[in-house]
Ligand binder design. Structure first.
Ligand SMILES: Nc1ncnc2c1ncn2[C@@H]1O[C@H](COP(=O)(O)OP(=O)(O)OP(=O)(O)O)[C@@H](O)[C@H]1O
Ligand SMILES: [Mg+2]
Length: 247
């Protein structure tokens, strides 16, 4: 479970990139975080994962504050960032073994899990190559494998489908469903409204640092009856916000 409580953040003095947001992502659900470019999705995710500190408010992962109990909070999630360009000089296998060591997974078990995950994502054959020789999608896959090694309860992913081929994207979505079904939490940002519509139990729409909607697709359709697709609903909500700003 992830709880965001009264969180604000400014990069530049006087301009709030995140403006007093509240959000609860429950156990057992896939939660989508939608919003146009520059809305504040990555900034929010960086605060959830402790990369950035909020100016105000706090965030709790399974009840542990990322501010006051950062280690305990961090043990409870796995994070896939939007730019999977890390440890480029390491070979794939070195990167995964390194993570298995950090997570204190035994050699035997680590080997088994690395094999299973990398075969699933079809990168098993390139593990002896340096990560800098991988394509964007392959880099993303190895980061996802690294995160899943530890089997974290809460998955946090920033634009995870970008760069993945159809099969890997399908597999990842299936894994997200399976993970949520087991009572765990999946929180991810996306621009792909079709994915959100089909995959998410609930979602939030953020624009200019403010949450404009939280709920199920059904609830959203009920609220804006005349619109048929999530795409239309999304455009309606974010454009309305734009018009009100300009008044
Ligand atoms: N390091 C930074 N310094 C200054 N401003 C920043 C910085 N990072 C983000 N911002 C600003 O904060 C706002 C939110 O950016 P953020 O990256 O969180 O958006 P996003 O919703 O993830 O967008 P995208 O869909 O393009 O990934 C934007 O106005 C952006 O210009
Ligand atoms: Mg972003």
């Amino acid at each position: 479970m992830i709880q965001i409580s009264h969180v604000s953040k400014s990069y530049v003095k006087g301009k709030k990139s995140i403006d007093n947001i509240n959000l609860e992502v429950r156990n057992g659900e896939i939660f989508g975080f939608l919003g146009p470019n520059g809305a504040g999705k990555t900034t929010t995710i960086k605060m959830i994962t402790g990369i950035l500190n909020p100016d105000e408010g706090d965030i709790f992962i399974d009840g542990r504050s990322i501010k006051s109990e950062p280690i305990e909070a961090k043990k409870r999630f796995g994070f896939v960032p939007d730019t999977p360009d890390m440890f480029l000089r390491l070979k794939g296998i070195e990167y995964l073994n390194f993570l298995a060591d950090i997570y204190e997974i035994s050699n035997e078990e680590g080997k088994e899990r690395i094999k299973k995950l990398t075969q699933k994502f079809e990168i098993h054959d390139v593990l002896q190559n340096q990560i800098q020789t991988y394509s964007h999608g392959m880099r993303q896959k190895i980061v996802i494998c690294g995160v899943l090694l530890n089997n974290p309860k809460n998955w946090i992913l920033d634009e995870p489908m970008v760069g993945l081929d159809p099969k890997s994207s399908y597999d990842l979505k299936e894994m997200m469903r399976e993970h949520a079904k087991q009572g765990n939490t999946v929180f991810f940002s996306t621009h792909v409204l079709e994915v959100a519509e089909k995959l998410c139990d609930r979602f939030a729409i953020i624009d200019k640092g403010q949450i404009l909607f939280v709920g199920t697709y059904e609830e959203m359709k009920e609220k804006f009856k005349e619109k048929a697709s999530l795409e239309e609903l999304f455009l309606e909500i974010t454009e309305k916000n734009e018009n009100e700003e300009n008044k």
